[in-house]
Design a protein around this ligand. Structure first.
Ligand code: 5RP
Length: 220
C-alpha cells in the first residue's frame, strides 16, 4: 500500500468547488495533485497556485488552472507534505528544497493540511536535518553562524552539483539531532544575516492527515 498516496487522496476530499488551492511539493503532495487533476477532469472548478516549479508543471499537465499570484489575495486551502510532524503540528519541511515558497503559500492560506505517512510523525522534531535556505553570498560565514547554534551543517548537493532552489539560493541541512524549543530555534536562525528562511513551520498547520501502515487514516 502507498501510504503517502492514501493520506494525500484523503485530504483532497476537503477541497470544494470554487476554492483557491495551494499545491504542495514532494512525493506525497504529488499524489494530492494527481487526485486534484482527476477531480478537475470530473468537473471540479478551482484555481491553484503551486509551491514549486515541479508542482506547477505537474498541475498544468493535468489541466489544473494555475492562477498568477497578483490575481488573488489569498487561498482557501493548501495541501502539502512534511518531513516531520509533531503532536502540536509543528513541522520540519524543505526536504524537497521548496520551503520558502511553501511557507509563503501556507501563510496566505486559510487552512494548511499536511499529508504524510506514519513515519513522519515524531514526538520531538530534529532527527530529520533541518533545511535552511541561504543566499550564496558569504555562505561559509552563514554556515559558521548556523553551527554556533549547535548543529552539524551540510550544504545540499544534487548529483555532485550544489543544489539551487527555485529562488536561486542554496539549502543547508542542519543536523540538530533534537529540537527541544522549535520556536526559539526558528527565530535564532532567522536572525542570521544570509538566511532567507528555515524549514520549521510553527503553529501553521491546521490539520495533519497521517496514513498508518495498518490502513488507518488519522486526522490530527
Ligand atoms: C518540500 C517539502 C516536502 O513536503 C517534504 O520534504 C516531504 O516530502 P515527501 O512527501 O517527498 O516525503 O517540504 O520542500
Amino acid at each position: 500500500m502507498n501510504m503517502k498516496r492514501i493520506a494525500a487522496e484523503y485530504a483532497v476530499q476537503y477541497i470544494e468547488d470554487g476554492m483557491k488551492v495551494g499545491l504542495g511539493t514532494g512525493s506525497t503532495a504529488y499524489w494530492a495533485i494527481q487526485k486534484i487533476g482527476e477531480r478537475v477532469k470530473e468537473g471540479l472548478s478551482i484555481q491553484a497556485v503551486a509551491t514549486s516549479k515541479a508542482s506547477e508543471r505537474q498541475a498544468m499537465e493535468l489541466g489544473i488552472p494555475i492562477i498568477p499570484f497578483h490575481e488573488i489575495d489569498g487561498l482557501d486551502l493548501t495541501i502539502d507534505g512534511a518531513d516531520e510532524v509533531d503532536l502540536d503540528l509543528h513541522l520540519i519541511k524543505g526536504g524537497g528544497g521548496a520551503l520558502l515558497r511553501e511557507k509563503i503559500v501556507a501563510h496566505h492560506s486559510k487552512r494548511l493540511i499536511i499529508v504524510a505517512d506514519e513515519r513522519k510523525l515524531v514526538h520531538t522534531l530534529g532527527q530529520f536535518p533541518l533545511p535552511v535556505e541561504v543566499v550564496p553570498f558569504a555562505v561559509e560565514w552563514t554556515l559558521n553562524s548556523l553551527q554556533r547554534l549547535g548543529c552539524r551543517t551540510q550544504l545540499r548537493t544534487d548529483e555532485e552539483q550544489l543544489f539551487i532552489t527555485d529562488n536561486g539560493n542554496y539549502i543547508v541541512d542542519c543536523n540538530f539531532a533534537t529540537i527541544a524549543a522549535p520556536l526559539k530555534l526558528h527565530n535564532e536562525i532567522l536572525n542570521i544575516p544570509g538566511v532567507v528562511d528555515n524549514g520549521l513551520f510553527i503553529g501553521r498547520a491546521d490539520l495533519a492527515v497521517i496514513a498508518h501502515y495498518d490502513g488507518i487514516v488519522e486526522v490530527l
